[in-house]
Write a protein that binds this ligand. Sequence first.
Ligand code: ADP
Ligand code: ZN
Length: 740
Amino acid sequence: MEHLNPPSPDSGDAVFPAGATVAVLTAEGLDRMLDYRVPEGGIAAGAFVEVPLGPRRVMGCVWGEGAGDFPAEKLRPITRALDLAPLRREMRDFLLRAAEYTLTPLTHMLRLATRVPALAEPPGARPILRLSGTRPDRMTDARTRVIAAFEEYGNLGFAPSELAHLAGVSSGVLKGLEAQGVLLREDAPRDPPYPPLDPGAGPRPLSALQTAAAAELRGAVAARAYSTTLLKGVTGSGKTEVYLEAVAEALAAGRQALVLLPEIALSVEFLDRVEARFGARPAEWHSGVTQAARRRAWHAAASGDARLVVGARSALFLPFRALGLIVVDEEHDGSYKQEDGARYHARDMAVLRASIEGAAVVLASATPSLESWANAEAGKYRRIDLPERFGVAELPEMATIDLRQDALEQGRWISAPLETAVGARLAAGEQSLLFLNRRGYAPLTICRACGHQVGCDLCDARMVEHRFRKRLVCHQCGATKPIPEACPSCGVEGKMHAIGPGVERLAEEAVALWPEARIAILSSDLAESHRALKARIDEIAQGGADIVIGTQIVSKGHNFPYLTLVGVIDADLGLQGGDLRAAEKTFQLIRQVAGRAGRAERPGAALIQTYMPEHPALKAILSGDDEGFWRSEAAARRMAGMPPYGRLAGVILSGPDEPRLWEAARALGRAGEILRAAGAELYGPAPAPIARVRGRHRLRFLVRAAKGVALQPLLRDWAASAPPAANMRLVIDIDPQSFY
Ligand code: ADP
Ligand code: ZN
């Protein structure tokens, strides 16, 4: 990301006296600020208030002095101040700049920062439901789901609406259980404080390299000024161990720390490590925690009581009171980019937020993004390397299996050399992982009589067979249909045929090859809940399977101590298609997956099946020449003027009516003169690679410019100069990661 300014000076917030005019930003409704009159007692900038908006009353935030362009006698007063910590000036600044950078309405940003139901209600005003311990007189499916929700989240109490939603039952079911005394209705208790974290509780002796790295990170936190450090270390080198020392420094200095993880909802391991290091668990913020836990974390971030928050990308929008450190773990991970609503990249927003707060950022990865690598090369980020695994663990041996020589039999995906290697691990009592980044049974269902491919009715996408669910599923929109007996096109029966592998089909092959082995599939769609998936990962890590068949969820940071062999089934999968980052992503993914092997005393190996072993990404993986790979990627991007050496925006225009859509797109194309005059290039319109999703047609533009061009204001003017019709939608994605 571009254009970071120095941190803002920390001046106190203004207090507006009664009768003054202030601008209030609301989290819903209009995307502009409205003026209101300050009530008795005055009000501070940043305060949360309730204001009248038409016939309604909505929550808002006092942003600053009013514009004063509204007749004073018509000005409505603020209804009341809410009992919430005011949004600090740094936070308002952050929201404003994040909105400008991502071209997101500021209202929407305020929503991101206040995404907790009943935020301003006192705890006692909310009833909650808890389990009493009494069993229901008889069980039904709905009642089983209610009990299961408590098993999943704990018996801390749910708001009735939340419980109904989580369990997928009507309020009538809950009333029935309440009448029987199975559920108790109580006032929500006051939020208990988080247990204190002790920076000196459980430090471990570090290796010499780790000690030096930890000292440097501690220094960055102690400086109380903005800095970003790229912590590049091979899998198992102790990056987590080292950045926890930076967290310790922040805690000791009385500041707060935020650690972002890509799959936090699945990570028991990380929370255990925090507990071992600091003597207690941190606050959590992600989709797997209840509303009550979210409320508690929000308030505690604002009061400073939550000293360490571990969260998903949206934790960046918590109202921290004194943020001293942000760690972005696995910083290259694609899930840090939010792809709908506010399209922001958490890594970039972390840097922006820290630069405003005067905090340190640590970007940790074994395979950094080219963006971060280039920023370190350019001297904008510091860089620390941990090139060795900790202790006796060694990096896995890696080799490719050339499928042009070791040809696969029809309908088989495990080559002879890979079969032999897995067999050897089985004999030695060790664990193997077969990695295939494809959910389901088969990516394509085709009729052998007429060649028809079963597609989604609403999307320009083929349907993927999921045999466990016995359905075809559209991975674009989630629509499903039964697996047809007869061809939907020619009507011939018994000729429908599955083409290509998914993890379910691979498991079928593994069962046939190794009938005695314990085989487990790890795929996000096969577990009923986060908790079930977490439990399954845990069980596998403890040796509960001989062969693990997994999608990319296995690449995300879990330690599997018994795992000594990784087989990559199709290394070429990510290299097809015209994605700007195809080589980079393949390099990262295969490196990460291979890094799962041999993390304890036993050495590991990785075997990579491919039809193009000479591809630079694969060659770099085998030779271990990371720097060479990044240098050549960087050179190619620089030549093409592509990120991080040029600026890019993706633009999607979508709508139900194709001819009208083309008309609107051509008008935008003509208006592109504004862009060209400022030195930017406009490509398109062209049908998007997925030309229809959920019944809406999609056309795509790409805008490219040199680094120095301030792209956002240009794009805003361009979009405003040819506004599309009401049933169309124009989405601008700054620094796009996906090109569908
Ligand atoms: P990374 O985050 O780089 O993959 P981790 O911090 O997860 O590495 O460390 C890998 C493994 O080595 C973990 O099991 C961790 O507990 C262990 N480890 C790393 N450094 C130390 C240390 N100084 N003392 C004890 N164990 C360590
Ligand atoms: Zn679909």
